[in-house]
Write a protein that binds this ligand. Structure first.
Ligand code: NDP
Length: 245
């Protein structure tokens, strides 16, 4: 399947590493003019080296005010991928207020804020657009030591539904993708232990994690959702696998 985003402006958060980086590169490869938002300048420098057309924006999305300033001149965006997230793993009884607040700031509040900035502009232009929130199968499945992470992703799913409901009339599609494990830095943090991995893999029909991030993203629901998914209010809309189609 040929996907083209020629003439479109895209923004990807958390584009320094992992899935976000691969998504930014895939969008650029498909012809989009890409803005890559992330926290570590060195990651953005290497991304720029890999793909000169990408515009980097370095900001900590956990900071509302700094983010507002960093994105104030971002201009019109047609395609937004809210991908940035952190996974602070700990047993439920050890969760601290700081870990809770940090996770909700990045995984949920930043999705709201960045989407507001982009969607206001889409609405004013009357051009519509597409937003994909990268959620997780962890939004629906209880995972040991993932109390905060699972809760943030459940919040992302509901935020996605309300965004879809309110932004749909402005021709802005909003969808989530809910990947299973992808062996990025975050994936390795949670699933490097073979015993834990075995249980998780036994619940994945193909029996393995998504290994090749680049290949996975190119074929994955993120790009397909940007290009073609329509908003459904009455049916299950999540795409529950990140494995190649
Ligand atoms: P990685 O940890 O590999 O990459 C996350 C990227 O987001 C990094 O570039 C990171 O920058 C950036 N980021 C994190 N916090 C901030 C912040 N406060 N401000 C700006 N940028 C930030 O994660 P993945 O690629 O694995 O995950 C991407 C998305 O996919 C996430 O939403 C995750 O929840 C979801 N997901 C991942 C799965 C997996 O198994 N990997 C499974 C299901 C869902 P820096 O390194 O500088 O902090």
């Amino acid at each position: 399947m040929e996907i083209t985003f020629v003439g479109k402006r895209a923004m990807v958060t958390g584009a320094g590493k992992g899935i976000g980086r691969a998504t930014a590169l895939a969008l650029a490869h498909c012809g989009a003019e890409v803005t890559a938002v992330s926290r570590t300048q060195a990651d953005l420098d290497s991304l720029k080296q890999e793909c000169a057309s990408i515009t980097p924006v370095c900001v900590d999305l956990a900071d509302w005010v700094t983010t507002e300033v960093a994105l104030q001149d971002i201009g019109s965006i047609d395609l937004l991928v809210n991908n940035a997230a952190c996974a602070n793993l700990q047993p439920f009884l050890d969760v601290t207020p700081d870990q809770f607040d940090q996770s909700f700031s990045v995984n949920v509040k930043a999705v709201l804020q960045v989407s507001q900035i982009v969607a206001r502009c889409m609405k004013d232009r009357g051009s519509g657009g597409s937003i994909v929130n990268v959620s997780s199968q962890a939004s629906q499945c209880a995972l040991k030591d993932h109390a905060v992470y699972c809760t943030t992703k459940a919040a992302v799913d509901m935020l996605t539904k309300v965004m879809a409901l309110e932004l749909g009339p402005h021709q802005i599609r909003v969808n989530s993708v809910n990947p299973t494990v992808v062996m990025t830095e975050m994936g390795r943090l949670g699933w490097s232990d073979p015993e834990k991995a075995k249980i998780m893999k036994s619940r994945i029909p193909l029996g393995h994690f998504a290994g090749q991030i680049q290949e996975t993203v190119t074929n994955c629901p993120i790009l397909l959702s940007l290009v073609s998914c329509s908003v459904r209010f009455d049916k299950k809309y999540e795409i529950n696998s990140f494995l190649p189609l």
